[in-house]
Design a protein around this ligand. Structure first.
Ligand SMILES: [Zn+2]
Length: 56
């Protein structure tokens, strides 16, 4: 689960890549560093995606 591909260049994030999962409020975020393009990026999975609260 999480981020499997670099959002910048599309390279698969494997052992050479760095992915740190953390929470920001109710959002689940992944800080990614891609070894292929050296881009640092943050991917946000909104709480609405991972839960089913009708309020959102
Ligand atoms: Zn990349």
């Amino acid at each position: 689960m999480g981020v499997n591909f670099c959002p910048v260049c599309g390279t698969a994030l494997d052992d050479a890549a760095f992915v740190q999962e953390y929470w920001a409020g109710e959002d689940r975020q992944f800080l990614c560093w891609c070894a292929a393009c050296a881009a640092m990026s943050t991917v946000v999975l909104a709480a609405a995606v991972v839960s089913h609260e009708p309020e959102h």
